[in-house]
Ligand binder design. Structure first.
Ligand code: 13P
Ligand code: SF4
Length: 362
């Protein structure tokens, strides 16, 4: 992966939001069909307003794969831009307007630790008993690891379909790096608590006995998103008391005890649809990143929409319209995301499996 330019030049810092938006609009006109701007739902409003498409991780991966444009600017975090690079042609160029916008959860599973886990599992279970399923919030190396071993990528909107698929291929699934998405999905699939093993990469055999490994159907990597594990049962109880008529909807990266208490749980796109299809006058309380919650509130003035608690993703927030302008005015010089070519083919296999399985489930 090539990292270029993460510090914005000083000349951009004094621009007002209006001036910046005006110059971005000009640059978009100049580049025409050669440019596409994608924005994740957690991005600031100023960026969503300037994008061609907004969406969740799954929707934006699909969008990226469909684009013909030479320049694709991804307003999101690093793993999203990497996935776009894997899914597009070699002559298309992917940009992340601030290269420091990473995802801490993606760093919680490192390739060496995952290889050790895989070896530990094979020592006890023998070969070909485990499907590796990696959450899209992960580095390209892990996607390639899964592609090479008969596994696949998933996002929060299709984790259920992909884990089911993994269990049809082989007896067990190794799911990484988000424990909570894995646990919430396993519950929806009816996997009993005794068949779920937590894998702590810092402990021998992930902290499990050989017997626990043999009995488990799914191994959950001990990773989490700090933005979503912030929401607590106390937050839900407080809202229920103050607004008994409210519907509460959360993202599946939240802890299971929170998910068990609420009315709806799904990807950011699911949450957007949940709020927009709620009846006029309803109160909807949302447990996800605050930029999305604030936008939902302003885009649904006929409803009362507010946050379960305030939680901001500092990495998504690292991108603003000045970073976008700088990138658009310096294409070929800065902020290009390039996945190591030796990883691309295998990582693509894993991502394309996800796209195919999600499509056939519709
Ligand atoms: P979505 O898959 O819902 O877009 O979520 C991505 C993410 O990073 C959530 O924290
Ligand atoms: Fe990563 Fe959580 Fe931010 Fe999503 S919200 S990018 S999982 S830290």
């Amino acid at each position: 992966m090539e990292e270029t330019g993460s510090i914005i030049p000083e000349k951009y810092l004094s621009l007002s939001v209006e001036e910046t938006a005006g110059r971005i609009t000009r640059r978009r006109k100049e580049l025409g069909h050669n440019l596409v701007i994608l924005a994740h739902h957690y991005q600031r409003k100023e960026l969503v307003d300037l994008s061609d498409f907004r969406g969740d991780s799954y929707g934006l991966s699909r969008r990226a794969a469909q684009q013909e444009a030479e320049f694709i600017v991804f307003c999101g975090v690093h793993f999203m831009a990497e996935s776009a690079d894997i899914l597009t042609r070699d002559d298309q160029k992917i940009y992340l307007p601030n290269m420091a916008a990473g995802c801490p959860m993606a760093e919680m599973a490192q390739i060496g630790d995952v290889e050790n886990a895989w070896e530990g599992l094979e020592e006890i279970l023998g070969p070909n008993l485990v499907s590796p399923i990696v959450y899209v919030n992960s580095n390209a190396e892990l996607k390639a690891f899964c592609g090479k071993r008969g596994g696949a990528v998933c996002t929060s909107s299709n984790a259920r379909a992909l884990i089911e698929w993994g269990l049809r291929q082989r007896e067990k699934v190794l799911f990484f790096p988000d424990e909570h998405l894995g646990r919430n999905t396993a519950k929806r699939l009816g996997i009993a608590p005794g068949e779920i093993a937590l894998w702590d990469p810092d402990l021998p055999l992930g902290g499990n006995t050989a017997e626990q490994i043999m009995n488990a159907r799914i191994f959950l990597w001990k990773g989490y998103c700090h933005v979503h594990t912030w929401f607590s049962t106390e937050h839900v109880t407080a809202v229920r008391e103050a607004y008994p008529q409210a519907k509460i909807v959360v993202h599946p990266e939240c802890r299971q005890e929170v998910v068990d208490m609420v009315d709806g749980c799904g990807s950011t796109e699911f949450i957007v649809n949940y709020v927009s299809s709620a009846p006029k006058g309803s109160v909807v309380v949302v447990g996800t990143e605050i930029n999305l919650v604030n936008r939902l509130a302003s885009e649904n003035p006929d409803k009362v929409v507010f946050e379960l608690a305030r939680s901001l993703c500092p990495n998504m927030f690292r991108i603003n319209s000045r970073n976008l302008l700088w990138t658009l005015e310096s294409l070929n010089e800065v902020n290009r995301v390039r996945v190591d070519p030796s990883l691309k083919a295998d990582a693509r296999v894993a991502l394309e499996r996800m796209l195919r399985i999600s499509e056939t489930r519709k």
